[in-house]
Write a protein that binds this ligand. Structure first.
Ligand code: SF4
Ligand code: SF4
Ligand SMILES: [Zn+2]
Length: 269
């Protein structure tokens, strides 16, 4: 298998993976979505809430707030030595929200939370939680823990994770008269007229929709769009809880553990 990074930044990555198959790509995608743990608020103790939002609604919003995750320090509650339903410093982090609107209406944001652990904070300080009219207040304690996307979407490390086959676009220059119909039809601007040639650019952006082929009036078609069944473009966008690199490497470790477990169980039979 050959892997090339097509582009990456702090929260997303696009990989070109050659020499693989759809089953492996899908296993990787599903493990990323459902098994790579992240930190999220699981329990909220509301001490005071005089805002217009009901307690449950407020707790739900806080639960969906992505938190920076420290996988090296924290344990999943089910694996923690404390075995306590209240958790300990190694499986639970608490965050406090204490806000009050004095003379004018304010919006309280994720950045208003004070965390007991500075490495477990909201990934963005600008997630609006509630509006408070003058003299309204919210005081609460939120408890975050590691969890997995298969329990609830709030623990998913990604906002998007998908793959597609690598497109192969070929133009038959003998049949093509440069009419431009396919150029107008392509939603991704993959096809351009350059001199006396129809040029294909940014092939990895092609969605394999076949609209260009349908638009071509020639018989047989002067353009053909196929795909390579062993080459994939794999994209993921992190919620910010973990880096894209850490998400992929954790998913591969989990897959490896599952296969090792399967192998040892088969040997035991
Ligand atoms: S298959 Fe769709 S996206 Fe790809 S080149 Fe043709 S029209 Fe554009
Ligand atoms: S529609 Fe067909 S003939 Fe016209 S430019 Fe595209 S490939 Fe060439
Ligand atoms: Zn614990």
């Amino acid at each position: 298998m050959k892997v090339q990074i097509l582009d990456k930044n702090d929260v997303s990555v696009r990989l070109l993976i050659e020499g693989s198959n759809a089953a492996f790509m899908n296993a990787l995608r599903r493990i990323i979505i459902s098994e790579v743990p992240t930190m999220a608020v699981d329990d909220v103790v509301i001490i005071e809430n005089s805002s217009a939002l009901q307690d449950e609604f407020l707790a739900h919003r806080i639960g969906l707030m992505p938190l920076k995750t420290d996988l090296d320090t924290y344990n999943l509650p089910e694996n923690c030595a404390c075995k306590s339903e209240f958790g300990c410093n190694l499986c639970r982090a608490s965050l406090i929200l204490d806000v009050e609107a004095e003379n004018h209406t304010i919006t309280t944001y994720s950045g208003d939370f004070k965390s007991e652990n500075p490495s477990i904070t909201p990934v963005s300080e600008k997630i609006p939680l509630a509006k408070l009219a003058p003299s309204q207040k919210i005081r609460l304690e939120a408890y975050a823990r590691l969890g997995k996307g298969k329990e609830h979407a709030r623990w998913q490390p990604v906002s998007m994770c998908a793959y597609k086959y690598m497109p192969i676009i070929t133009v038959n220059t003998k049949l093509c008269d440069l009419c431009g119909d396919c150029i107008k039809m392509c939603p991704r601007n993959i096809l351009v007229k350059k001199g006396e040639k129809l040029e294909v650019r940014n092939t990895t952006d092609c969605t394999i929709c076949q609209d260009c082929v349908d638009a071509c009036q020639k018989t047989p078609k002067a353009i053909e769009v196929k795909w390579d069944e062993n080459t994939f473009i794999f994209r993921l966008e992190s919620t910010g809880a973990l880096t894209p690199k850490r998400i992929v490497s954790e998913a591969l470790n989990i897959l490896d553990e599952k296969l090792t477990d399967l192998q040892s169980q088969l040997k035991g039979k």
